[in-house]
Design a protein around this ligand. Structure first.
Ligand code: FES
Length: 107
């Protein structure tokens, strides 16, 4: 389990204790966080789970795969160096306390 904090573009902050192995996208959609859509169900095919990861914690995440990097070209909001797809980040104890910011739009 890891406590993950999602901060929506409105400033609304929600912290979820996310099961090990669940993706950050699954945690958001299961808990009614509007800033992540997850339209493809987590198969890295829609880019509607775009998030900005706290830059100080990027090294705690598995690096983005080539397919994730390609899909990040399709995000609706500005792509930044700390942009990731929330469906490709799995909860582990290493992520305890992680903060992600959600863009103003996903489509
Ligand atoms: S849920 Fe579709 S790319 Fe992440």
């Amino acid at each position: 389990m890891a406590n993950i904090t999602y901060i929506e573009a409105s400033g609304q902050s929600t912290t979820i204790n996310l099961y090990e192995g669940w993706s950050l996208m699954q945690g958001a959609t299961a808990n009614g966080i509007d800033g992540i859509l997850g339209e493809c169900g987590g198969s890295c095919a829609c880019a509607t789970c775009h998030c900005y990861v706290d830059e100080a914690r990027l090294a705690d995440l598995s690096p983005a795969t080539e397919s994730e990097l390609q899909m990040l070209d399709n995000v609706a909001a500005e792509r930044r160096p700390n942009s990731r797809l929330a469906c490709q980040i799995k909860s582990t104890a290493m992520l305890e306390g992680l903060v992600i910011h959600l863009p103003a739009t996903q489509e």
